[in-house]
Structure formats: structure tokens, C-alpha cells
Design a protein around this ligand. Structure first.
Ligand SMILES: Cc1cc2nc3c(=O)[nH]c(=O)nc-3n(C[C@H](O)[C@H](O)[C@H](O)COP(=O)(O)OP(=O)(O)OC[C@H]3O[C@@H](n4cnc5c(N)ncnc54)[C@H](O)[C@@H]3O)c2cc1C
Length: 412
């Protein structure tokens, strides 16, 4: 059996490990545009911050491909799939045959069309190790940086470069930062914390046009800058599947086995849609653990095993300048809030189930809330009042506790 994986990141690693649990002999070939050993993409901001280096960013050890008996074709792009002859065409015009194929191509930065953008010489996106290195090379202690986009990627970039530059301004169309994961109140807690680092936010507005290194905003303000970072969102890489008439929506559409609508072709990670169990909707969840789990599911099924992926929820655990936050699920239903000093906490309950939460500050034990969401535990089975105040296994019934502790409960 010959397995080919396009992409060399979290979803690809999940797939390789999934395949090898079942098939120790089949040939695995990994193709990636990026020339690097697999690395943890979220760490690119820590690289700039100086908290890590390229060696420590590796997502798996140096001998990973050897141990997994995988061949790699790095620094090459897959440009077309020929499903009729089960071949992938690469940008150097060579072809690679497959029996089972995984698309793990992730996403790419969205570049907005703004008048005058082409006149900005020093402009960057922030998605890859090369992006981080290029941005780093352009910065000086006098640099004034303008970041468009106050989402996770824009703010992680701001954190990464703060100590290296003279000023950072972040502009966003939304009325709050991190608008896809935080409510207004929570966003203002995080914004105040980041502002203490001398990062300025201009919200509720966008860039109407660029005049060289000046941004004219729609609200009339003008921002001078030396370096521009575009972080307005990402788009899943779906073209390889779309071109051969595979089913796509915003992302590649897969079933619960992570198979596309095409025979012997699977897909996993940020290039795909997942079924969000908290809203019962398909959506692109651009999250590393989700990419790994989808990849593992796809790999298992490619190798002849049977695994379904039915636990996808949106979930983010991040920190900015020492403030930690964790969010999960959807924000619908009744809201339970807790006024605990140093912590912002909201739990969302609907139809007797915990659907989502936002915690800023002390995020210890938030995993208990995540497991209530993922396992769809009826709140009537637990002491929810206790769990709202203090997430603890004691709020579960004796049987549930035993399951969670792998059969062991001390004192019983
Ligand atoms: C700055 C930043 C911070 C982040 N922080 C977090 C976080 O805190 N928590 C979290 O859960 N997630 C975070 N993420 C998101 C996380 O990195 C992604 O969800 C995860 O990397 C997705 O993995 P993937 O394998 O699906 O794809 P990707 O990591 O996007 O990798 C896809 C790979 O495929 C390659 N490729 C694409 N097309 C082709 C082709 N045609 N031929 C060959 N190769 C191709 C690409 O070059 C790339 O190497 C962050 C991302 C960024 C950029």
C-alpha cells in the first residue's frame, strides 16, 4: 500500500501516526511546499519573542520520519491530482503515485484588496516560519508597525515583535479584539491587558487606502508606519480537490471518517470543515488539536482501520503577555457568570448541556468543562452548581469519576 500525504504539519503527523498503528509496512510519502522538518506553527510568535528557537519548535523529534519509515519530498508543491491514474503532479513536473491520498494542506492568509496596497514595500503575512523570519529581518528598534487584524494571529504577532520595535498599532473592523472567540466584556479585559504593553488599538474601522507607508482609515484617521502585517484571516487550501470536482464548501467537505467525496482521497486539518458538535454545523475549525485528531482519524481509515471523528468543538487556549485565556464551544443559551477576583468566567448552558465557556485569568481545570462539552454530559447527572464555582471531579457521580480516573478512585 502506498500512502501519500500533501502537507507536513499537525494533520499530516496525526495521519502518519494513525497509519503506523495499523500498517507498519506500507510506504508513506509526505510532500510539502515548506522545506522544513515538521514544526509547531503556533510557536512562530515565540520564536520572534525569543522564547523558543527553531530546534525547540519541532513538533516531532529529528528522527520522526525515520522511526515512522516515511519518505519526505520537501520544498515542492503538489499542483494537480490526476485521480484517474492516481497520481499527483508536482511543481517540478515529476509525478507521485498513490493508493490512498491525504490532503492536509492547511490554509493560507487572506490578502484584502485595498487601494494602494501594492505601493507598500515592507508588508508581511504571519503564517509560516519563513513569514516570521522575513518579518524579523525587516524590523529595527525604530520600526513603527501597523497590524491589520486583531484576531489571534495579529495579536500573537504583536506579542512576538513588541520588544523589537518602537510602536505597534492594531486596526480591526470589529468593535472588539479576538471577535471570533470573545464576547465584548471578555475582549475588553484582554485589550486593557495588552494596552499596558503600549500597543494601540483602533477598532470599528478599516484601511480605506494606503499611500506608500501611510494608512488612511475609513474613520478619517491616518497612521504612519514602516512595516505592515496583514492578519485579517485565513482561507482553507481547497483547490486541489475543487479542481477535480470533489465536494467543497468553505473548506473541503469530509464525512465522519475524514474521507472526501472522492474515492481513496481523505482530507484533514485546517483545509477541511469539521462537524462542530456544539452547534451541529459544519465549519472550518483552524485549530491544531483538531487538525491532529482529524489526521489521526483519516490515517487510521486509510490503513484499513475504522475510526470516526465526532468530537470537534471550537476551542482556543492562548496567552498574551502572561494573561491566559481559554474558550470553547458556542455561546448560546443561559449564561452563568462568576465574579472571582483575577478571573473572568462565563459558562453557556442550553438544553441541559454545557455548550461553551470563556475563562480569562486562572484557567486551571478548565479541561473539566471541555470534557463536559465534548462528552455531552447531561448537567442533571452532575452537581453543576459546584462545577460552576469550582471545576472539580467531585461534582461527578461516583461512576463518572471512576470512568474519568481510569477505574481508580482513592478511598473507595
Ligand atoms: C501565529 C499562529 C498562532 C496559532 N495559534 C494557535 C493556538 O494557539 N492554538 C491552536 O489550536 N491553533 C493555533 N494556530 C493554528 C494552527 O497552527 C493550525 O490549526 C494547524 O497548524 C493546522 O495544521 P494543518 O496540518 O491542518 O495545516 P498547516 O499547519 O497549515 O500546514 C499545511 C502545510 O501544507 C503545505 N501545503 C499547502 N498546500 C500545499 C501543496 N499544494 N503542496 C505541498 N504542500 C502544501 C503548507 O505549506 C503547510 O506546510 C495558530 C496559527 C498561527 C499561524
Amino acid at each position: 500500500m502506498k500512502y501519500v500525504i500533501i502537507g507536513n504539519s499537525a494533520a499530516a503527523v496525526g495521519a502518519i501516526e494513525g497509519i503506523r498503528k495499523i500498517d507498519t509496512d506500507g510506504e508513506i510519502i509526505v510532500i510539502s511546499k515548506e522545506p522544513y522538518h515538521v514544526y509547531s506553527r503556533p510557536l512562530i510568535s515565540y520564536l520572534l519573542y525569543g522564547k523558543t528557537d527553531e530546534e525547540r519548535m519541532k513538533y516531532r523529534k529529528d528522527n520522526f520520519y525515520e522511526v515512522m519509515n516515511c519518505k519526505t519530498i520537501l520544498g515542492k508543491e503538489a499542483v494537480k491530482i490526476h485521480p484517474e491514474r492516481k497520481e499527483i503532479e508536482l511543481d517540478d513536473h515529476t509525478a507521485v503515485h498513490y493508493d490512498k491520498l491525504l490532503i492536509a494542506t492547511g490554509s493560507q492568509p487572506f490578502i484584502p484588496s485595498v487601494e494602494g496596497l501594492e505601493s507598500v514595500k515592507s508588508k508581511f503575512t504571519f503564517m509560516s516560519l519563513d513569514d516570521a523570519k522575513d518579518l524579523d529581518n525587516s524590523l529595527t528598534p525604530d520600526s513603527k508597525v501597523l497590524i491589520i487584524g486583531a484576531g489571534l494571529i495579529g495579536l500573537k504577532c504583536a506579542e512576538g515583535i513588541r520588544k523589537k520595535v518602537s510602536s505597534i498599532t492594531v486596526v480591526d473592523l470589529s468593535d472588539r479584539i479576538l471577535s471570533s472567540i470573545l464576547d465584548k466584556e471578555g475582549a475588553s479585559v484582554v485589550q486593557s491587558h495588552i494596552e499596558k504593553e503600549n500597543i494601540e488599538f483602533i477598532l470599528n474601522t478599516s484601511v480605506a487606502k494606503f499611500l506608500d507607508h501611510k494608512a488612511i482609515l475609513s474613520n478619517g484617521e491616518e497612521v504612519d508606519f514602516d512595516v505592515l502585517v496583514l492578519a485579517v484571516g485565513v482561507r482553507p487550501n481547497i483547490n486541489l480537490i475543487k479542481e477535480i470536482n470533489g465536494k467543497v464548501d468553505r473548506g473541503i467537505v469530509v464525512d465522519e471518517f475524514c474521507q472526501t467525496s472522492l474515492s481513496d482521497i481523505y482530507a484533514a486539518g485546517d483545509c477541511c470543515e469539521s462537524h462542530d458538535i456544539t452547534t451541529d454545523q459544519n465549519k472550518v475549525l483552524a485549530l491544531l488539536p483538531n487538525a491532529y485528531m482529524m489526521g489521526e482519524c483519516a490515517g487510521t481509515n486509510m490503513a484499513g482501520g475504522e475510526k470516526i471523528y465526532d468530537k470537534a468543538i471550537p476551542m482556543n487556549a492562548i496567552g498574551f503577555f502572561g494573561l491566559h485565556l481559554i474558550t470553547a464551544g458556542s455561546y448560546e443559551g443561559d449564561v452563568y457568570t462568576q465574579n472571582i477576583p483575577g478571573q473572568y468566567k462565563k459558562l453557556f448552558v442550553k438544553d441541559g448541556l454545557l455548550k461553551g465557556y470563556i475563562i480569562i485569568g486562572n484557567i486551571e481545570k478548565a479541561g473539566i468543562y471541555t470534557s463536559l462539552i465534548r462528552d455531552r454530559v447531561p448537567l442533571s447527572d452532575i452537581d453543576f452548581e459546584l462545577i460552576c464555582r469550582k471545576p472539580s471531579l467531585m461534582a461527578f457521580s461516583k461512576i463518572e469519576r471512576k470512568k474519568k480516573l481510569g477505574g481508580v478512585i482513592h478511598g473507595y
